[in-house]
Design a protein around this ligand. Structure first.
Ligand code: MN3
Length: 380
């Protein structure tokens, strides 16, 4: 039986991954890592019986030990624990669904340990794509996208030649504020921003979807995964979230992947590629659906999307500045410390203040993150 190691097991992608594993019953969960939801993690350990489990902080270990007193499982914690989970000998594939840049080092170590990667952590490619993709090639490791858009692109590229790709058409729902103008977003509350029309996701990504920063991160993710410049990644608003993305080829032909919005499909596709398995998704009924509509993104209102293209053009450590500034700004917005429109302003300011480093190493990426955090903390 194939072994899976799951990073970020109690989050939205993590729990849906376990649901896929549970339904198929032919993949063995060998290791789990979560942040702070100790009770949920303990329940997962009871059900899936991994050999290794990791919590975010040392302080959480005693609580987990009490909950798992009678279980034969090794408990680790923190960043080092996360690397152990990512590199455990019995794993064939590592699904990384942690949020943010903490995914970089475990992903690199998993690749070095020759694990295939199912990648749901876009920040890893945005900040370290130049390192990850090169390393994956050297180590002969496959990277399977879990993000729904990138899975759709991956599916649309099946059997095609890279040199015959003309453009990637990355679809976006537009989020809860689609059609609004910048002035209308001045007093947006946390509750407004957390109310996504189509997808049920974690809080950070839901805010990112509302600002369209998520789509910006996805442009950069696509750039690395599919080896195309960001100028060849076009964002198209498709509010019903039925077309999950498309690829246009040199002859003008377009391949798309469609379906009801349900993350279990891309997760399962990543785990079983090139095979498809039964899945009890809500099936698309085109008679009921009636129409699918398209719009151009509004780069003025959703400045974060424009900034993502700028970050990608500038390259080096600027995408890291973009991402780190956004991570901290979103955390502050979730804590009700800043206003909604401060988020893109913080990103812009941080990109402009960051000292450019070409082809940054992992240490330089992490140092850029730290200096952006200090910069943002000193002003907001
Ligand atoms: Mn997505």
């Amino acid at each position: 039986m194939r072994g899976i190691s799951l990073l970020g097991s109690t989050g939205s992608i993590g729990t849906q991954t376990l649901d896929v594993v549970r339904r198929n019953n032919d993949i063995k969960v060998v290791a789990l890592a979560a942040g702070t939801r100790v009770k949920e993690l303990a329940d997962q350990v009871r059900e899936f019986k991994p050999e290794l489990v990791c919590v975010g902080k040392e302080e959480l270990v005693p609580e987990l030990k009490v909950l798992l007193g009678d279980m034969d499982v090794r408990i680790v914690y923190g960043e080092e624990g996360l690397v152990e989970v990512a590199t455990i000998a019995s794993a064939d594939i590592v699904l990384t669904a942690v949020v943010g840049m903490m995914g970089i080092i475990p992903t690199i170590e998993a690749i070095k340990a020759h694990k295939d990667i199912a990648l749901a952590n876009k920040e890893t490619l945005v900040t370290a794509g130049h390192i990850i993709m090169k390393l994956a090639k050297e180590c002969n490791v496959n990277i399977y996208p879990v993000d729904s858009e990138h899975s759709a692109i991956f599916q649309s590229l099946n059997g095609e030649y890279h040199r015959e790709v003309d453009k990637i058409l990355l679809t976006a729902s537009g989020g809860p504020f689609r059609g609004k103008k910048r002035e209308e977003l001045v007093n947006v509350t946390l509750e407004d921003a957390l109310n996504h029309p189509n997808w049920s996701m974690g809080k950070k990504i839901t805010i990112d979807s509302s600002t369209m920063v998520n789509k910006g991160l996805e442009v950069m993710e696509a750039q690395w995964l599919f080896d195309v410049p960001s100028s060849k990644v076009q964002v198209i608003i498709q509010p019903q979230s039925i077309i999950h993305s498309m690829v246009e080829f040199v002859d003008g032909g377009i391949m798309a992947q469609l379906g009801s919005p349900d993350m279990r499909l891309p997760i399962q596709y990543a785990l079983y590629y090139p095979h498809r398995r039964e899945l009890n998704t809500k099936r698309l009924d085109f008679y009921e659906l009636g129409s699918i509509t398209f719009e151009k993104p509004d780069f003025d209102t959703f400045k974060g999307l424009r900034l993502a293209y700028d970050a990608s053009d500038r390259g080096g450590n600027i995408p890291t500045a973009f991402n780190a500034a956004n991570e901290l700004a979103v955390a502050k917005f979730l804590d009700r410390k800043i206003k909604y429109l401060d988020i893109p302003d913080i990103i812009e300011y941080s990109m402009n203040e960051t000292v450019f480093i070409d082809n940054p190493s992992v240490d330089e990426i992490l140092a850029t993150e730290k200096s952006v955090y200090e910069l943002v903390e000193s002003r907001w």
